[in-house]
Design a binder for this molecule. Structure first.
Ligand code: ADP
Ligand code: ZN
Length: 298
């Protein structure tokens, strides 16, 4: 029998919690706004307790959370959200709070590593061992699988904060990352687009110059990730990628900035299946959390 597990997609603005056995079997789901850790984690725990009472015991729970966080099981602050500016959440013990009350194994990782694992299990990365999942939303973050393992390293990757060539004459916008100004996130996340053009990103028409510039920055970032990690595929999710015209632009510009250097048919001939949307669509987050739960049972 397939294990019955829970997942928490813990975002900075909302939490989504679900129980089930996988992509085609989500048996219950709830969502609520992210407030204080005590209240928000409390609501998640109450949801799982109610589901256990109705449907039987959960084998594990996965948490795919906003960060920065500590995903290292050997560390004293494992399972904590660490240095976030989000009020109340700095140094909040998240995984521990869930594990203590529900007494189940808890998987804990970044939202994007979770989404990567969900895409690997059920979505657009099935059968691959080295790939990246990037979200372009309120922020920019990347989850990475290398040789079949989610990458943590020192802490976890922060792919949104790489630097990019910035042609100030073509784009005088200074960027809005509080740490780096014009890093990738500072220049290309949803709020930066809104700020630069004086209008929310989702209101800009498809033909607006914002999208060619956005694709330009994303292509420069993908060149860096392709040249450093050698991913077999790149999955682009998040609200900004809801603009369907972005995919063809990003593919074309990525080929252009690589300039033929990386000699793979995946890039030279099959770019449409190399840079792709999430196979799980907007379920990538919560299914990613459930995949982190299943990984605890492996
Ligand atoms: P989050 O990153 O907070 O989890 P999203 O991935 O939905 O959430 O990203 C929200 C950001 O994406 C906002 O800055 C918003 O302006 C932008 N966004 C959402 N929908 C669209 C859209 N259809 N087109 C362009 N930008 C969008
Ligand atoms: Zn930055």
């Amino acid at each position: 029998m397939k294990p019955f597990v829970g997942g928490i997609e813990a975002g900075g603005t909302k939490f989504v919690c679900a129980v089930g056995t996988g992509r085609d079997d989500i048996q219950a789901e709830t969502r609520f706004p992210t407030t204080t850790p005590a209240e928000t984690i409390g609501r998640a725990i109450a949801f799982f307790q109610a589901q256990q009472a109705n449907r039987g015991p959960l084998a594990a729970i996965g948490i795919a959370a906003f960060g920065p966080l500590d995903p290292n099981p050997q560390s004293p602050t494992y399972g904590y959200i660490t240095t976030t500016p989000k009020p109340g959440w700095a140094n909040a013990d998240f995984a521990g709070a869930v594990a203590r009350v529900l007494s189940v194994p808890v998987g804990f990782d970044t939202d994007v590593n979770g989404a990567a694992l969900g895409e690997w299990r059920w979505g657009a990365a099935q059968g691959l061992d080295t790939f990246i999942y990037l979200t372009i939303g309120t922020g920019i973050g990347g989850g990475v699988m290398v040789n079949g393992q989610l990458l943590h390293g020192l802490i976890h990757p922060e792919m949104g904060h790489i630097s990019l060539p910035h042609d100030w004459a073509a784009d005088p916008y200074a960027g809005r990352c509080p740490y780096h100004g014009d890093c990738l996130e500072g220049m290309a996340a949803g709020p930066a687009i809104g700020d630069r053009w004086g209008q929310p990103a989702f209101e800009l028409p498809a033909g607006h110059p914002a999208w060619a510039l956005e694709a330009h920055y994303l292509a420069l970032a993908l060149r860096t990730f392709i040249c450093t990690l050698s991913p077999q595929r790149i999955i682009l999710g998040g609200g900004v990628m809801e603009q369907p015209q972005l995919f063809p632009l990003v593919r074309q510009k990525t080929q252009a900035v690589l300039n033929g250097y990386v000699q793979s048919p995946a890039i030279l001939q099959q770019i449409d299946s190399y840079i792709v949307p999430p196979g799980l669509g907007n379920r990538a987050g919560v299914l990613g959390a459930m995949a982190l739960a299943l990984a605890q049972l492996a």
